[in-house]
Design a protein around this ligand. Structure first.
Ligand code: AQP
Length: 339
């Protein structure tokens, strides 16, 4: 077999179009996606079915779905190399998710940190059961493509464990069907914290002015947010796991994730300097990332028909694989095939 015909192992990951993408989404997910796209056969989806586990405005959801796909490309995903698609356009995701939901133990789902955090913010009677079943849908996304690797931020590790457990359960009950995926998280930037509250994860749907750097923030605004980031009353610039130093640690981590420098080199570079110097340096490297990304984003949003063509091609390619896996799973479970 010629070298270029050897099948590459597969990668799958996605981001919810539940708001504007943040520097957390970029450092935790997108940057890793770009890094693996030559080595793996990558499938990147905009997970709109996941987004509706929380209330969404329909027009805004449609708009954010397009914007997210465009942001994948602007961040460096090459649609000629990787497959980009919209989750809800492939019904196999919902169909396999139902089968997996039926075999997902309630106790496993109730233990998920994301469910506990997000449900705690709502009145009990208004929590949609989709929020509880979110990990079963995520398992379906991954298992449909026999993905071997799933590049995500730290907050999704638990859902990956759940996916492996559920795949094992299915394989045990019905015979070898699914590939067990491994998680991949970045060395730095796996959990970017809120600038206004560095003990909470930076989230795109958090409703607070100085919380997140959005990838489409105007550059002066992004700089201002960093200069206003919550720190502490000490002076030393060092990486630390002390919760009281979470603000400085977060800024250093963002700097490390973007610069690629070692912790030792960064601490040495900031020795004897003040928090203002650190903030200015973080702002410079964040803006250095945002500027080219925003230019590419606006270019391709202005190119009529381009994004639709990418998503159409992605859907066709992804659907063929997903439908095959779904058919196999349906057969294993005992569904009567249509004739
Ligand atoms: N703060 C973060 N640091 C590092 N990685 C992060 N990710 C999210 N926030 C951070 C990673 O981005 C990918 C997409 O996440 P998602 O949109 O599917 O869901 P999420 O993890 O719940 O992200 P958000 O931004 O917090 O969304 P909302 O506010 O809608 O819940 C994942 O790989 C995630 O780990």
């Amino acid at each position: 077999m010629a070298h270029d015909q050897i099948k590459k192992p597969r990668v799958l990951s996605g981001i919810q179009p539940s708001g504007n993408l943040t520097i957390g989404n970029y450092l935790g997910a997108l940057k890793q996606w770009v890094a693996v796209q030559q080595e793996y056969d990558c499938f990147y989806c905009v997970v709109d079915l996941h987004a509706i586990t929380m209330p969404q405005d329909p027009a805004e959801l449609r708009q954010k779905t397009r914007e997210s796909a465009a942001m994948y490309i602007a961040a460096g995903i090459d649609p000629d190399v990787s497959t980009i698609f919209v989750q809800s356009q492939i019904p196999a995701h919902s169909e396999l998710a139902w089968m997996l939901t039926c075999m997902a133990p309630l106790g496993w789902l109730q233990r998920m940190t994301q469910f506990k955090d997000k449900s705690a913010k709502q009145a009990q009677e208004s929590i949609g059961t989709g929020l509880l079943n979110y990990p079963s849908l995520m398992a379906a996304d991954i298992l449909l493509y026999h993905a071997e690797l799933v590049p995500v931020g730290d907050d999704q590790r638990q859902h990956l464990e759940f996916t492996r457990d559920l795949a094992q359960r299915f394989n045990h009950l019905y015979g070898e069907t699914f590939t067990l995926p491994s998680v991949m998280t970045p060395k730095a930037g796996a959990r970017v914290m809120g600038l206004d509250n560095p003990t909470a994860k930076m989230s795109k749907s958090e409703d607070s002015d100085n919380h997140a750097i959005f990838l489409l923030d105007e550059l002066p605004r992004a700089r201002k947010k960093i200069m206003r980031a919550v720190t502490d009353s000490r002076r030393e610039i060092r990486f630390s796991s002390d919760p009281e130093r979470a603000g400085i640690n977060n800024l250093l981590t963002i700097y490390q994730a973007i610069s690629g420098d070692s912790r030792e080199a960064i601490e040495a570079a900031f020795a004897g300097k003040g928090y203002g110097d650190l903030k200015r340096a973080v702002a410079d490297c964040v803006l250095g990332t945002l500027e080219p990304l925003q230019t590419r984003y606006h270019q391709l949003m202005n190119e009529a028909g381009y994004l639709d063509a990418v998503l159409r091609g992605g859907r066709e390619k992804a659907a063929a694989i997903a439908e095959d896996t779904l058919k196999l799973a349906q057969e294993r479970v005992g569904f009567l095939a249509a004739t």
